[in-house]
Design a protein around this ligand. Sequence first.
Ligand SMILES: [Zn+2]
Length: 478
Amino acid sequence: MKHLYILIASVIIVLQPGCSSDGWISLFDGKTMNGWQPSENKDSWRIEDGALVSRGPRSHLFYVGDINNHNFKNFEFMADVKTEPGSNSGIYFHTKYLESGWPDKGYECQVINSAPEVEPGSYIERKMTGSLYAIRSVWKAPVQDNVWFNYHIVVQGRTIRIFINGEMMVDYTESDNPFRPENMKGRLLSPGTFAFQCHDPKSVVYYKNIRVKPLPDDAPTPGDPTDDPEFETKLVELASNNFPLMDLHVHLKRDLTMEQALGNARKYGFTYGFALNCGLKMGFETNEALEEYLTDYKKPPHTFLAMQAEGREWLDLFSKETIAKFDYVFSDAMTWTNDNGRRMRLWIKEETEVGDPQNFMDQLVDRIEKIMNNEPVDIYVNPTFIPDEINHLYDELWTVERMDRVIKALVDNNVALEINDRRKIPSPSFIKRAKAGGVKFTFGTNNAGPDDLGKLAYCIAMVRECGLTQNDIWMPVP
Ligand SMILES: [Zn+2]
């Protein structure tokens, strides 16, 4: 009972603005706008059932109250947030009051759980809830519309961390003189206040239990800034251009743990799809074994789960219901039976019969077409792979005619093409041809363990070399 009284007492204290318990201080009393000042369209903000609600044309609601004289350097910030479908909003920190327009000082932490319907070809916001806007993104919303979730921002020294429902989405440490796009020069750490965004009249977002815990000004920086400023510039350019940076082909193999993998994803602002190998002689061989694994699998909410369909027998091994539990399915054309009846895995020399390279290529292209035409896959991965012994002939063997047959099979069946980071395939000329033919792309590492889970360097290089835009990228529909 005593514990209950203490619990109730502390809840009451937290709800009183200005009072603190464990260092947390409420910034909103749930009844009045005391301490808050809206910009431009001031009627876009109201209070409903103890929550601040954005409902109207663009406006930003700034904290201008007495706590810390509305000037925060190091802090923890928390709010409970709820979105209606298609709503866009955000939480700014280190910002300052601006009478009109988008705040030009400080960082924005993104709030959007589903993009609104738009005309085909127009802008779709891909930077989802938990993103540090334009700097590090989460490309899959970790939470859903119409459900309250907890937004937690920690700024300590030069490190910014964002947690959604306790799960870390962003772990970013600002370096000296970081690259910022022309219209985002003010996205830098320097003390300031908080603001909520009312983005547009169709966006309805609720905020409550808004609280802050100031931390000492000299709190040490827990994270590390980038050691590769050139690559960092590319990352920020792509993130700010709304270009989804997703590695949809990650394996938790060897000793690679989920936590390690997610740490790598946060380092670069990537969203991961974790893939299970399913097929004869490859990982899961029976529906029962796969179901058992799926029952225990704890999927991080900001990640995807993929089935890597192996070999050509996979459709007989797994039920439709089990396959439907994955966010997407992909396969490669590295396991097939040749005209002599030999089942080959092309990356294993002892199993592979190459013979005449031209004849081998004709068989390979035929198998790729059959896989795309007959198997319900979303992505063709490890694409255009050929065995090591003829790989030096890659450009010669992948003739225009063969490329076009593969591209047609992809387009006809609505299958996306992976740009594979580990093997650096397909070649730029293949990618350019596929893009011109209307193929969508994904990025994938296909790591063998913890050591080769990299930073998508080949994929990112191909963006510029082949002129890829966000509209060329395939998105899983969870
Ligand atoms: Zn794989």
